[in-house]
Design a protein around this ligand. Sequence first.
Ligand code: EPZ
Length: 418
Amino acid sequence: MVVYQILGGRRLCGTVTVQGSKNAVLPMIAAAVLTKEEVVLEGCPKISDVEDMAEIVRSLGGTVWWERNALHMNCEKIEKSRVEGALSKRLRASLLFLGSLLARTGEAYFAGAGGCRIGKRPTDLHQRAMELLGAEVFEEDGTIRAKADHPKGAVLCFPKKSVGATENAVLFAVGAEGATRLEHCAREPEVVHLCRFLKAMGAEITGEGTEQITVYGRQGKRLLSGCRYRVPGDRIAAGTYLLMGAATRGHLTLSGAPLDEMGAVLSLYQKIGGQYTRKSGTLVADSKNVQHAVPYVETEKYPGFPTDLQSLYLAAAMTLEGKSCICENVFEDRLRTAEELQKMGGTLQICGKWLTAEKSRLHGAEVVSQDLRGGAALVSAALAAEGFSTIRQTELVERGYERHPETLRDIGAKIPVE
Ligand code: EPZ
């Protein structure tokens, strides 16, 4: 277990180089199965979720290796189409091999997904998409068996927006006969980046970033070409450091931040008193005047305020004047970090999917990370608190944040090396 010891009460000041996007690169790793040629992901973040996806590629017969900050993959020899539980249950994104294996081999055995405990996280939308594209799908206790001899293009309207289900449907549709029109798609940037990556591999896709995506299948040629692709900056990691700066009234320069994807969090940052300037991919954020809570914040699908930053705003809200009501609309069990924040003196109330936060005298405490983004929120609150905190299970945080303690030390945090 990884434990952070943090001495709080210090402003975060300095420059953060924003890592490559976890949620953009994980689907790209699953997509590498769609070609027998080499794929290179430049600027790939060195985080455990990437290593876990790489392990799955190797378990299928592919080869994966690093060359400095680029992840190289060659899936010429995909001998298996089974993703076993020991690997699949480490993260949610393993589910995306369902679509790419069906497109590559015509079958897939998937032993169930893992990932943050932030809700039930069913897979019904993924299964429905596979079935509508011609696969026979059997699911039992999370294990999915699927077969598709001749996947055919179809029209599929998602009953609700799902990032992963949209991505899985696109990955499978690439290997189908004829055109597939996906309606009510998720518009998250990570869906757009996956489509651009697939187009760089020779796929024909239109409409990414809108609610309607059309994939023109490979007319029997199931395989794409290899490519070299630069992983975009991580909008959630950038938003995390922005809100940590707000919680500590710091002054941060975020280089490589995908500013065009951060509209909702930048608007919230200004409302609480943050001031920023932007120069191409660099954001300079001055939090000295951060003071007022925003009375009402709702998490929504993109381009709304992202659920992944809900707990990071919560940590900052406890340092602000006034009351903040936060409504978590995406995941039904994503408020559990509040109980840990109460141990640090957080004045918080939970009522269903609502959470109210008031200005609190935050003090050091011993707390336990409950999930990736909730753990980052505990780090943020500990940085803002007076005194010493111990945060356990921070391996959950290191699933998604590259060189996290080192990055924080570089901008002034007191996190003694273990
Ligand atoms: C992706 O998860 C991200 N993960 C999440 O980030 C992010 O919070 C989420 O999208 C935002 O929607 C990755 O990209 C690896 P969904 P995903 O399918 O695809 C329900 C992080 O911290 N649903 O868009 O799993 C689901 O329960 C992670 O980086 C179904 O009902 O999310 C949820 O309520 C956490 N049936 C809603 O849809 C399904 O078949 C949105 O989930 C699938 C989803």
